[in-house]
Design a binder for this molecule. Structure first.
Ligand code: AMP
Ligand code: ZN
Length: 298
């Protein structure tokens, strides 16, 4: 198998792209996918101060590495969610990576906020994954806005995005379908959010880590066994095997032609006001995280 770019011995085959690459050319290929995503969706300018949400997994490490390679001003935020079985491992990977790459890393420890997820889990009735996700999004937003960053980047990849899209389609969830995408603009008190890896599959980000020598961890969350997206990931992986390129076509076509069809269903008239305690935008007076804080103090 020869490299599509330079005809050297290839180390990775990518049927979806009808291509194979040697290690140096793979890095060029990955770089172009990320550059294309950034350019097509006006994600970043050279003036941006980018906060990368670094979980310690392959995607967010690959993202921070690539954005730094591309010359952006990058810092990291790791949220230690306070799950004894997995959080210290994840945090260790984030810390070692940022030290090695000389990327400034902020750590936000949920335990110090009285919101360690191992404790929250004992108290809430809702699924813990949705509470944890909501809490992380709250801190991605507030940390970005309160610390002079212009945009927050997450490591969501093509598999994350297409499985979420598939789940939204299966429910015909028009509200989510109207605004799912790789960029959320800064508005109504929320920070701008971007997903520059949305054109890369999980396999491709793992491969990027491998070739770039990034030591990434896999610290599976002990609470997330029942998450629904893995089912859709498997279905889409089977489809991709039969029809290489299906996933990116599904997503690109949704962005180009599908999403706008749901725009009218979006509920823009719902009043969003600052949370009475912390100022975070909410439609319920007190935001979800402040409600959680109150509950944990009771
Ligand atoms: P997940 O929802 O776990 O697939 O994560 C999606 C993205 O959210 C990751 O690629 C990271 O950019 C970000 N993220 C998830 N967990 C954390 C965390 N504990 N700290 C910082 N960023 C995170
Ligand atoms: Zn609040």
């Amino acid at each position: 198998m020869k490299c599509t770019r330079c005809s050297d011995q290839a180390v990775v085959a990518l049927p979806s792209h009808h291509a194979a690459f040697c290690a140096p050319c793979y890095l060029v290929f990955a770089r172009r996918l990320v550059e294309r995503a950034i350019k097509e969706h006006a994600m970043l300018t050279p003036e941006d101060r980018v906060l990368v949400a670094i979980s310690g997994g392959k995607d967010s490490l690959a993202l921070a590495w690539m954005l730094k390679e591309l010359g952006y001003d990058v810092s990291g935020l790791h949220i230690d969610v306070g799950i004894p079985e997995s959080s210290p491992i994840a945090r260790g990977y984030a810390e070692r990576f940022c030290t090695t790459q000389a990327i400034p890393l902020h750590i936000l420890d949920l335990q110090s906020q009285g919101l360690a997820m191992c404790e929250v889990k004992k108290r809430v009735k809702r699924p813990i994954c949705s509470v944890c996700g909501q809490t992380k999004r709250y801190f991605f937003n507030t940390f970005t806005l309160n610390n002079g960053y212009s945009v927050v980047a997450t490591g969501h990849n093509l598999d994350d995005e297409t499985s979420r899209l598939m789940a939204n389609v299966m429910r015909w969830d028009t509200a989510y379908l109207s605004d799912q995408g790789p960029v959320m603009p800064a508005e109504k008190g929320f920070a701008k959010k971007i997903k520059p890896l949305f054109r890369m599959t999980e396999f491709e980000t793992a491969n990027l880590c491998f070739i770039a020598g990034i030591d990434y961890g896999h610290a599976p969350c002990p609470y997330s066994a029942k998450a629904s997206f893995p089912v859709y990931k498997r279905l889409l992986a089977d489809l991709e095997d039969i029809q290489p390129g299906r996933k990116i076509h599904f997503y690109d076509a949704f962005l180009q032609r599908g999403r706008q069809g749901f725009a009218s269903a979006e509920t823009t008239d719902q009043a969003v006001d600052p949370c009475v305690h912390c100022g975070y935008p909410t439609s319920t007076g007190e935001c979800g995280v402040c409600r959680l804080r109150t509950m944990m103090k009771e």
